[in-house]
Ligand binder design. Structure first.
Ligand SMILES: O=C(O)C(=O)C[C@H](O)[C@H](O)CO
Length: 339
């Protein structure tokens, strides 16, 4: 049996105003996309030929059936999806905004948020799985879901499955009386691989942050900080062997600069620099980066090649409408950097 990647998290439907210059905007003022960070990772991996399962919870209704059909059409294994609870989470995102800006969540009481320990048969879900990916969004939803994540990482770790976590911090979540740094460390303890940025690691894991770093305006200062954050994470969580960090700077003059780092085998690697003018959609770029890293490690590629591919994929995603990427491997390889 070929080993699979398992992505676990909440599937969200996204509603956004029709894209700028949409001819039919008067007739169809809103667009619906399928999202959810972990579903986006699964979609990218499936598109790049990596066998991937997706585990989430959806209510038993016709909309969930259409969603599952769509996931299968994308090449994702869906047998681990639990049919339970009452509703599918939704979010509304302003045109061109990122998840820190104009976002409205309508996900309270969703099937995924209602998950409780004991509901998922992890032994069954982890059959044929060699890599487990989750994100900091799930534990941000509620204490019970955080405990389900703990159950998952313990089960995966006991089976020797590689575990990756995206430290994506969503300040509009985490509303259940716990600070992220009270919850995340117990989960990251089981991880082999952490992806995020120097600021999210500070908020979620309590690593140090140089509050004046922006004032330095030096790329080297960011790279040095990435190395420091990576080393701090690995010192706090000895199971973690690899840390990836992203840097995206959006200036008011419609100019985006993007580069990333990978700390692996005691060495800090950095990607080429990518720049562009206007961005089409900011949502899902980090998911694409995570998918690119998993893709590279799954194929045992060289670390620098892994980082370059993942960075190109994430940067390419900025020019695609919607949450999940449609880029195939050749398209990613054609995304060009400035270096
Ligand atoms: O914010 C969330 O919970 C989402 O999963 C929505 C988006 O799909 C995701 O953040 C994109 O990375």
């Amino acid at each position: 049996m070929i080993s699979k990647v398992l992505c676990f998290g909440e599937l969200l439907l996204r509603v956004s105003p029709a894209p700028q210059n949409e001819k039919d905007a008067e007739k169809h003022p809103f667009y619906l996309y399928m999202g959810g960070a972990e579903a986006n990772v699964a979609t990218a991996l499936a598109g790049w030929g990596v066998p991937v399962k997706y585990c989430t919870a959806l209510p038993a209704n016709f909309m969930s059936s259409h969603i599952i059909d769509y996931l299968e059409y994308k090449g994702i294994f869906t047998s681990s999806i639990l049919m339970s609870g009452d509703r599918i989470g939704v979010y509304y995102l302003e045109r061109g905004a990122d998840l820190k800006g104009s976002v409205v969540y309508d996900r309270a009481g969703s099937s995924f948020s209602a998950l409780k320990p004991g509901m998922i048969d992890w032994d069954k879900v982890f059959r044929d799985v060699s890599w487990f990916n989750f994100t900091a969004i799930s534990p941000a939803l509620g204490w019970d879901v955080a405990q389900v994540c703990l159950e998952a990482v313990k089960a995966a770790s006991a089976k020797g499955i590689k575990i990756s976590c995206d430290l994506n911090y969503r300040s509009r979540l985490w509303k259940y009386g716990k600070e992220p740094a009270e919850v995340m460390p117990a989960l990251v303890e089981y991880c082999d691989f952490v992806m995020g940025n120097i600021w999210s690691a500070n908020t979620l894991l309590g690593t140090s942050i140089d509050a004046d770093i922006h004032g330095k305006k030096q790329k080297q200062a960011y790279l040095d900080h990435a190395e420091l954050t990576s080393k701090e994470i690995m010192a706090k969580f000895p199971k973690v062997k690899t840390v990836a960090n992203t840097f995206r700077f959006d200036s008011e003059a419609d100019h985006t600069l993007y580069y990333t780092t990978l700390y692996h085998d005691q060495k800090l690697l950095h990607s080429p620099e990518f720049t562009c003018g206007a961005v089409v959609d900011r949502s899902g770029s980090g998911d694409c980066f995570m998918a690119g890293l998993i893709y590279g490690f799954y194929h045992h590629n060289e670390p620098q090649d892994i980082l370059n591919y993942a960075t190109a994929a994430a940067f390419g995603k900025l020019q695609e409408q919607g949450d999940a990427t449609e880029q195939d491997v050749l398209m990613v390889k054609r995304v060009t950097s400035n270096d």
